[in-house]
Design a protein around this ligand. Structure first.
Ligand code: UD1
Ligand code: UDP
Length: 359
């Protein structure tokens, strides 16, 4: 099985770290990694490959910093060439980024089976580029690896059980990564000591719906400035958000640091009092490390977290964000419930791929 794996954005490196490590133990799978180049700063890309022992990509297309159409189009062209050259038996994509849809589309048009890790997630907000990417990717995938029961339910409602694709409940590969690297992070990260952190909230902001709408971003910043008066807020700031804040001369009073590697992120998660985020991945990681979270969005794909009281949606309204933070800082929950498969997702995915037979 010659498997082409397409990755390009930060969360995909973390997911691939777990899955590619499992593939490397299976002789029948020959994985070739293609980096689209979507994320390219050292601390948005290279650091993850080094820290997490991700196999070096055989190709890097260096395609980034473009509008959706040009980015996806150029990736499609570059990936198609590689699929043809490598005569791949299957192509695997993760999540919902432009790299994901470009990879899936390139392979499908060449009749190469597509495997989608993190299939079936829906926000039901078609204004999100991620929602468009994930719906289209699911529809042309042959193997759909679902992280949750809800994801399977979403696909079933859309009629996927009548399509010629296979739905597999794998659990969430991010939990595999969190469990595996949690032991290593303690040894390798000094972030808590370096910044003399004690009682703090961890926050990330990068989602287009928040950064590209200045009124939403201003509301979020107002809330953080208010929260920072009583508890320190640590923000490893995504380059997208950094640029927009600077361009609009917004005043964000918090401990702003550069994006961090995964080991530092785990230590920040383990030691924080609460997570405030608009990230998909971080909502779950908060839960993996027994922390409550407040999500700066109007909806979430990870509904089991909101339903279970682990996460609260606060949208982008200053007052609601501050109230939600105050409420969640006082919350108690039983984090031992198994919502994401307990760290076996990569094994399930690897086994399915190794045994895959096209019809
Ligand atoms: C992308 C994904 C989003 C995912 C996020 C993870 C799409 C449509 N969006 O959003 O789903 O949640 O990655 O972080 O695929 N930039 C840098 N350095 C970098 C990376 C990005 O400066 O290393 C800048 C780019 O030049 C660009 C901006 O950040 O101007 C946005 O990057 P882009 O990859 O388009 O989208 P993200 O917001 O990162
Ligand atoms: N992350 C990281 N360093 C950071 C910010 C995030 O390692 O400075 C990790 C985070 O722990 C999670 C992943 O990046 O594993 C989430 O990526 P991001 O929030 O960029 O994207 P999303 O999950 O929203 O698609």
């Amino acid at each position: 099985m010659k498997l082409l794996t397409i990755i390009g954005a930060r969360p995909q490196f973390i997911k691939a770290a777990a899955v590619s490590r499992t593939f490397s133990n299976i002789k029948s799978i020959n994985e070739i990694i293609v980096h689209t180049g979507q994320h390219f700063d050292k601390n948005m890309s290279e650091i993850f490959f080094t820290e997490m022992d991700i196999p070096k990509p055989s190709y890097n297309l260096n395609i980034n910093s473009l509008n959706h159409g040009s980015m996806t189009g150029r990736m499609l062209e570059g990936i198609e060439e590689i699929v043809l050259k490598e005569k791949a038996d299957m192509l695997m994509v993760y999540g919902d980024t432009n790299s994901t849809i470009a990879g899936a589309l390139a392979a499908k048009k060449l009749h190469v089976p597509v495997a989608h890790v993190e299939a079936g997630l829906r926000s039901f907000n078609m204004r999100m580029p991620e929602e468009v990417n994930r719906i289209l990717t699911d529809r042309i995938s042959d193997l759909l690896f679902c992280p949750t029961d809800k994801a399977i339910e979403n696909l079933t409602k859309e009629g996927f059980n009548t399509f010629p694709s296979k739905i597999v409940k794998s659990g969430d590969v991010m939990q595999d990564a969190a469990l595996y690297y949690s032991q290593k992070s303690e040894k390798h990260s000094n972030i808590i000591a370096t910044h003399a952190l004690s009682n703090f909230i961890l926050c990330t902001i990068h989602r287009a719906e928040n950064t590209d709408d200045i009124s939403r971003l201003a509301e979020i910043i107002n809330a953080i400035n208010e929260i920072e008066k009583s508890i320190e807020v640590v923000i490893p700031l995504h380059p997208r958000t950094k640029k927009i804040i600077a361009d609009n001369r917004l005043m964000l009073n918090a401990k702003i640091i550069e994006p961090v590697g995964y080991f530092d992120m785990i230590e920040l998660l383990k030691n924080c009092s609460l997570v405030i985020t608009d990230s998909g991945g971080l909502q779950k990681e908060a839960y993996f490390f027994s922390k409550h979270s407040v999500t700066l969005r109007d909806e979430t794909e990870w509904v089991e977290l909101t339903e279970g009281g682990f996460n609260q949606l606060a949208g982008a309204n200053s007052r609601v964000i501050v109230q939600s933070v105050n409420k969640m800082l006082k919350s108690t929950s039983d984090f031992s419930v198994n919502l994401y498969g307990g760290g076996k997702a990569s094994e399930i995915i690897a086994e399915e791929i190794a045994n895959y037979k096209a019809d």
